[in-house]
Design a protein around this ligand. Structure first.
Ligand code: ADP
Ligand code: MG
Length: 447
């Protein structure tokens, strides 16, 4: 069989013809093919959890179809997010099988390093603690407990510790798990048909480590067994001077599900919080991401985004990539204020069902007026096509809040002013024209 990259390339060529260009760019092109295993599972990795959900909800069937057409086999597509990929790689050793290099690949995210972590007032102490722990695992702050809001860099720091140790102390056994993975792993061994053996294996895996990192401990369930197992794992490691690092979105005292004895264990080392970054740090982070991801943007754009997103770094990056994506659609190599303003003028419509896509709106409008997809996005100018086209444009803008340039691309590379004109026309018709109101309401009902 051909290698997975070649197969995936052929699948992509087919998918591109069946999925709207925006969805293709946003969700499909960014997929990484990981492996085809012995059981004909075709494993793909999505760029983010959101992307994974979008793919599962809207494109899985199409991917399946195209994969089968290309290979003539009946693959089962599995989509992982990046955390699941790390876990998968650890369990399956894909790289050993696939590459001739003997060098062991780090299970940690390559870009989540100390070098790529921007230090500012909000995170300098946590950074210093994480660095110390990476340099002297088990010697200084043990356990290290890091807490802070969503998207502030906790997982990044854990991976940075992992990457550092992997590079400088490659002999140390180090493991990163989410609390959920730990729990599932333990439960699986409890309910395994060979329970005793499985539990021994579980303990062998978690208690013979030099460094254990547990992310998102706030999700620990009340289940007595898991807490008990975690308690003993914790004690065993600490007693042997092995390093434990735990992350959470809140301090131990506020994790309601946590048993007191674990709470007091967590509080026995160093507890540090990570706060929302100030404006200087946000600007520095955006510059860093712009370099790393090649999302080129004018300085004014960087400042503009930094002023508007102040509490979540993941969202900060997300906005930069959106702005850059729009710029590329506009044929630019560097994002300008035009795109930045467009991204921030409209926020997503919260009430809309999240399985609504541009294709669904266009297809519904086409069915309603009994015209073809090709016609509605094409160049025809007769009334039978023009009115439905304007309604579809209006609905996409209204319900999905997609920027006008993006809608323009979907509708046969039309200019964004043309799209704006269509949208405004329907908006004003809706104020006076009863027939138009009924039409639009009918179609909304069908969505
Ligand atoms: P958390 O685990 O706290 O929810 P993450 O560690 O997943 O957050 O961080 C979210 C995103 O923000 C990641 O892409 C990460 O690289 C980035 N990030 C967070 N803090 C920083 C920082 N100080 N410097 C650079 N990037 C950061
Ligand atoms: Mg995290």
């Amino acid at each position: 069989m051909q290698d997975i990259e070649t197969i995936w390339k052929q699948i992509l060529e087919k998918l591109e013809l069946r999925i709207s260009s925006v969805s293709f760019m946003l969700w499909i092109k960014t997929i990484k093919p990981l492996e085809i295993d012995e059981n004909e599972n075709f494993i793909l990795v999505a760029q983010s959890v959101t992307a994974k959900n979008q793919i599962l909800r809207n494109f899985l069937d199409k991917i399946n179809d195209c994969a089968n057409e290309v290979t003539g086999k009946d693959f089962k597509i599995t989509v992982l997010d990046q955390n699941e990929e790390v876990e998968y790689l650890k369990n399956n050793k894909v790289d050993e099988k696939n590459s001739s290099k003997n060098e062991e690949k780090s299970p940690f995210k390559e870009k989540f390093t100390f070098d790529n972590f921007v230090v500012g007032k909000s995170n300098q102490f946590v950074y210093a603690a994480a660095r110390t722990v990476a340099e002297h695992p088990g010697k200084r702050y043990n356990p290290l407990f890091i807490y802070g809001g969503v998207g502030l860099g906790k997982t990044h720091l854990l991976h940075a510790i992992g990457n550092y140790i992997h590079e400088f102390s490659p002999n140390l056994k180090i493991m990163y798990v989410t609390c959920e993975q730990f729990t599932n792993d333990y439960i699986a061994s409890l309910y395994s048909p060979t329970k005793n053996k499985s539990i021994m294996e579980f303990r062998g895996k978690y208690r013979n480590l030099d460094v254990l990192m547990v992310d998102d401990i706030q999700f620990i369930s009340r289940g007595k067994e898991t807490q008990e197992e975690f308690f003993h794992t914790f004690n065993e490691l600490i007693m042997n001077n092995k390093q434990i690092i735990i992350c959470s979105d809140r301090p131990p005292k506020d994790i309601e599900t946590l048993e007191d004895r674990l709470r007091s264990r967590f509080s026995s080392g160093l507890i540090h919080d990570i706060q929302a970054p100030d404006i200087e740090t946000r600007i520095a982070i955006l510059h860093k991401k712009s370099q790393l991801e090649k999302y080129y943007a004018e300085d004014e754009v960087i400042n503009y985004i930094a002023e508007r997103v102040d509490s979540n770094i993941r969202e900060l990056e997300g906005k930069l990539s959106e702005v850059y994506f729009l710029a590329t659609l506009n044929g630019k190599k560097v994002a300008t204020m035009e795109e930045a303003k467009e991204v921030f003028t409209k926020e997503p419509n919260e009430e809309v069902k999240n399985d609504l896509t541009t294709d669904k709106i266009i297809n519904t409008v086409c069915d309603y007026f009994n015209i073809s997809y090709q016609d509605i996005i094409g160049k025809k100018k007769n009334k039978e096509v023009v009115v439905p086209r304007m309604i579809a444009i209006y609905l996409i803008n209204d319900l999905l809040n997609l920027p006008l340039v993006v809608i323009g691309k979907i509708f046969g590379k039309r200019d964004h002013t043309t799209i704006m004109h269509s949208r405004n026309k329907i908006t004003s018709e809706l104020q006076t024209n009863k027939k138009m109101q009924n039409l639009v309401n009918d179609i909304k009902g069908l969505l």
